[in-house]
Design a protein around this ligand. Sequence first.
Ligand SMILES: Cc1cc2nc3c(=O)[nH]c(=O)nc-3n(C[C@H](O)[C@H](O)[C@H](O)COP(=O)(O)OP(=O)(O)OC[C@H]3O[C@@H](n4cnc5c(N)ncnc54)[C@H](O)[C@@H]3O)c2cc1C
Length: 425
Amino acid sequence: MSTDTGSSKRIVVVGAGIVGVTTALQLQANGNSVLLLDPAAPGMSTSFGNAGSISMGGVYPVSTPGNWKQVPKMLTDPVSPLRIRWDHVLRNPGYFLRFLKEGAPGRVEANSVAMAAIAQEAMIAHRKLVALCKAEDLVRPVGWLKVYSSQQSFDKTAHEREVMGRRGVNIEVLGTDELRQLEPGLSPRFTHAWHQPDNGFVTSPLKLTEAYYAKFKALGGAWRAEKVQRFVTGPGGVKTVNTNHDIHTCDAVVIATGARAGELSGLLGDRTMISAERGYHLNFEVDVEDTTDGEVPLRRPTVFGDWGFVLSPMQDGLRMTTGSEFAGPDAAPDFRRIYRMAKLVDEVLPGVRTKVNREWVGQRPSTPDSVPTLGRSPRHGNVWYNFGHGHLGLTMSAKSAEVLADLIGGRDPGVDMAPYSVDRF
Ligand SMILES: Cc1cc2nc3c(=O)[nH]c(=O)nc-3n(C[C@H](O)[C@H](O)[C@H](O)COP(=O)(O)OP(=O)(O)OC[C@H]3O[C@@H](n4cnc5c(N)ncnc54)[C@H](O)[C@@H]3O)c2cc1C
């Protein structure tokens, strides 16, 4: 971890998801006095329910060339993997126009480069933090697998693999024998696969956030269950952070409130673009035929590319994640798609019987370009932003926390910050 050369500051970090907690830990470890504010307990919001991948190949944006052709399906098909709710588009037309524009080939390339600068440092940054927190057992070096049952289905990933290739992502295209060796429990219907061996797998995203939070607390940091409602500003920036319970004076404030970051940046007069892109999970209790140990016959998170869902063998059961649904953060969840996918588990993992023990929806904090918003407010010298990590918040959290702590500590983070600026839209 880097250490501060400047003097210690009183810093309020707003938001205790994986992004806020890694930021708070990094800043506290640098000698600052950090207060973390969130009405929810650390790690209990979107960071609770993801697929667990620390994705070194997280360099492919959501908006890609030709995306406009899928718009009618996205708007009308309730079980489409990528879905946009009409009312949300009507309330945020600027966001969706920008989202479509970001699909131009030149933009995809630039966005991919900006994503890579954070994602490709992800394992190094998490390894430092898990070593500090003695939580090494939570991150397994097992990679990330994608499987397909036809050449046609596999070929749809050609552009993604090309972009990854240009970023130098380590990809192994597997033959059927290699696939069987890697995951013997998978159905033989899968004839095509690719593997990203450098990805890490977090077997309990909640426990990882809790381990980082426990270290933050041990170093003297504190969390309070409070919701930030307003700021009092003066020359130099924010003077106090006012919550539903208290008023906190500070030298600096970090906004790490995920999909709701637009609410607080708006209060500060900083215009940005952020949308909730919802995703779902079902957690299964598993019963496996012909085995005595009941072990799930899957070793790593696996994407079933024909249908667009992921199965991850988590500590607390088998987790299915799916869906990419642009809707307001308070819209009612729609579990139709994921329950349809749930029927496929015993087809893709023969002999596995499942019983749902949890259904969950989370709000990915997504920007039109899939690039996080990271850096100083253009209006207030002591306000910093760290949000908008979309599909890759678990992955990017540790490195973006490092970058932000460098910036706040007056050090060069070694990253060109222009693509991440809050006012780029
Ligand atoms: C189905 C699914 C699968 C995913 N899989 C992966 C994966 O495999 N790998 C990966 O890297 N990423 C994955 N992600 C993405 C990842 O989970 C998110 O990017 C990440 O959790 C975002 O973290 P965050 O800390 O920004 O947001 P959150 O975890 O949502 O935390 C934000 C916090 O801010 C708080 N807050 C909001 N407003 C206020 C306020 N006014 N005052 C105080 N606090 C406030 C909220 O209560 C919340 O706790 C997945 C996401 C989903 C939905």
